[in-house]
Design a protein around this ligand. Structure first.
Ligand SMILES: C[S@@+](CC[C@H](N)C(=O)[O-])C[C@H]1O[C@@H](n2cnc3c(N)ncnc32)[C@H](O)[C@@H]1O
Length: 248
C-alpha cells in the first residue's frame, strides 16, 4: 500500500477507532442510519465502501443483499472487519489500500461508492476522488458524508465551539485555516491527522474529476433522536455533518 501521513496516522490509531465507532452515539443513532436510508434499496448493487473502518456500513449493506467490497488503510480495522464478516456469515471482499491508489480494483466496476466520514481524513483528496471516479461505472452514484466544514474545524485557531448544553455556540475564527492538524478523536486519546477542506475545495474537486452533484443534505436529528441526549438535541440547530449524492 502507498503510505502517506493519513495512512500512517490512522494505522497508528489502531483499535481505538473500532471502540469509538461502535459506542459513538451520533454515529450509531444518527450518521449511519441517515446514510443507509439515503442509499435506499441496494439489493443486487455492487458497492465499494471506501474508508470502511470497522466495517459497520459494509455489513449492513451486505445484509441488504448488496455485493460489497470494503477498503481501508488501517490493517487493524480491516482485520476486525474481515473477522466480523466471517463471524456473521457475510461475504465481503476486503482490501488494505490508500484511497488514492486502489490497485487491482478494476475500472468501471461499482454501481455505488460509499465514502462515509473519510474524505476529510485522507491526505490526497483529489487523488482519492479520481480513484472513486475510475472504479465507478458510468452513471454510478457516490454517497459522501463529511464533517460539515462550516461548523467543524480546529478548535483553537479555526472553527470551534463555546458554551455548553443546548446553548452551545459555534465560533468561526478562520474558515480557511489551519488545513491540517493533529488531535485525538472525540472521546479518544491517540492523536490523529485532521484536514479542513472548504465547501469550495469539495465541490470544485468533485466537478473537476467528473462528478455531478445530484443532491446535498444537512441532516438534523428527529424529535425522537433529540430525546437521546442534549448533544443530539443540539443537532436540530446546527448541522455538524454534510452529505452529498454525486453521479459519474
Ligand atoms: C472517521 S473513520 C470512518 C470509518 C467508516 N467509514 C465509518 O463511517 O464508520 C475514517 C476512516 O478512513 C480511513 N482512512 C483515512 N485515510 C485513509 C486513506 N488515505 N486511505 C484509506 N483509508 C483511509 C481510516 O482508517 C478510517 O477507518
Amino acid at each position: 500500500m502507498k503510505q502517506d501521513n493519513s495512512t500512517k496516522s490512522w494505522n497508528n490509531l489502531g483499535e481505538e477507532w473500532i471502540e469509538l465507532a461502535q459506542t459513538g452515539e451520533s454515529r450509531m443513532a444518527f450518521i449511519m442510519p441517515y446514510m443507509l436510508n439515503l442509499m435506499g434499496d441496494v439489493s443486487g448493487k455492487t458497492i465499494l465502501d471506501l474508508g470502511c473502518g470497522e466495517g459497520g456500513y459494509s455489513r449492513e449493506l451486505c445484509k441488504q443483499n448488496a455485493i460489497v467490497t470494503s477498503v481501508d488503510c488501517s490493517e487493524i480495522a480491516i482485520e476486525y472487519s474481515v473477522a466480523e464478516a466471517r463471524r456473521q456469515g457475510l461475504t465481503i471482499q476486503h482490501f488494505i489500500r490508500n484511497s488514492n491508489d486502489l490497485y487491482e480494483i478494476e475500472d468501471n466496476s461499482f454501481d455505488v461508492v460509499l465514502s462515509s466520514m473519510m474524505l476529510m481524513d485522507c491526505e490526497d483528496f483529489e487523488g482519492t476522488v479520481k480513484e472513486i471516479v475510475r472504479v465507478l461505472k458510468p452513471g454510478g452514484k457516490v454517497y459522501v458524508s463529511v464533517l460539515h466544514p462550516c461548523f467543524n474545524g480546529n478548535h483553537q485557531q479555526g472553527i470551534g465551539r463555546q458554551g455548553a448544553g443546548i446553548e452551545r455556540e459555534v465560533v468561526v475564527k478562520n474558515y480557511f485555516a489551519p488545513t491540517e492538524w493533529e488531535a485525538p478523536l472525540y472521546k479518544g486519546s491517540i492523536p490523529v491527522l485532521w484536514h479542513h477542506r472548504t465547501l469550495e475545495d469539495y465541490v470544485k474537486t468533485f466537478v473537476k474529476c467528473g462528478l455531478a452533484i445530484v443532491d446535498l443534505h444537512e441532516p438534523r436529528t428527529t424529535d425522537e433522536q433529540a430525546k437521546i441526549s442534549v448533544p443530539m438535541a443540539w443537532l436540530q440547530k446546527i448541522p455538524l455533518y454534510l452529505y452529498w449524492v454525486l453521479k459519474k
